[in-house]
Write a protein that binds this ligand. Structure first.
Ligand code: GLY
Length: 254
């Protein structure tokens, strides 16, 4: 059996300058590093071989590797971020993926962040957000056609990425922050609404060993997921969340 791999990237010294949508919080590099290391330990415990890329201080958001590429079958789509300051993050990730996958870069004027994409069965869901535009969806649809996957675009309101608001737990179950997307587009899923008092705190990452990492500061929503029979593992990533990140953002799993 092939080994599961997780691409991760270190927290740069400049993390305190990471992009944030709202009022800028004071971000602590040391705390983020500790939480990132703990997250990596959970991935390793679940059986992933870690491909650890070094941090780059020129890119405060470089730990959020998810945004740089999306693996779909034999292909890795290389993203062109909607945040121009983040576009230089892709190089080392693309180099690593090129050892295993055929690369398909999204080209200008397309912009897309991997945080806007999730795959369930043969469907690729793509958020139309501040970072991802219609042209990128068109290019992704071409790739999807080649791979016999359909693409479903979803407008995203009030959050950074699709996966800030729609968290796949498995191919049939998602947690959704109410009011952020048209839920009729997710009618094939069982939808678990994020608890109102935990709004924008829940994030989840399903792992190859069957466990699901969940954010430690959203226990009510995590309990709703656990009640469906999932084995949830709470992880504290508060400093990562302060920089508009979540559990999916810090790795590319394949
Ligand atoms: N800080 C995550 C992002 O803005 O892309």
């Amino acid at each position: 059996m092939d080994t599961a791999t997780a691409i991760v990237r270190g927290v740069p010294d400049t993390f305190d300058a990471a992009l944030v949508m709202g009022e800028r919080p004071k971000l602590e590099v040391a705390k983020a590093r500790k939480q990132h290391a703990n997250y990596c330990t959970h991935l390793a415990k679940a059986g992933y071989e870690l491909a650890e890329l070094p941090a780059d201080d020129d890119y405060p958001d470089c730990l959020f590797v998810e945004d740089t590429a999306v693996v779909i079958g034999r292909v890795a789509v290389i993203c062109r971020s909607g945040a121009s300051a983040r576009r230089g993050e892709v190089g080392p990730v693309a180099d690593r993926l090129a050892t295993t996958f055929e690369l398909r870069p999204i080209v200008e004027p397309g912009t897309i962040d991997g945080g806007d994409v999730f795959i369930a069965g043969d469907t690729i869901f793509v958020g139309l957000s501040l970072r991802t535009n219609h042209e990128a969806v068109r290019q992704l649809t071409e790739v999807g056609r080649e791979l016999e996957r359909r693409v479903v675009p979803i407008e995203v309101q009030g959050v950074l990425h699709l996966k800030s608001a729609v968290l796949p737990i498995d191919d049939h179950t998602v947690v959704v922050t109410p009011g952020t997307v048209d839920e009729t587009l997710l009618s094939d899923f069982e939808i678990i609404p994020e608890a109102a008092e935990e709004r924008h705190r829940f994030s989840a990452l399903p792992l190859a060993d069957g466990t699901v990492l969940v954010t430690a500061n959203a226990p009510k929503t995590a309990n709703l997921v656990a009640a469906r029979g999932f084995s949830v593992v709470p992880v504290n990533v508060s400093e990562i969340q302060a920089a508009d990140g979540g559990l999916t953002c810090m790795s590319i799993l394949y």
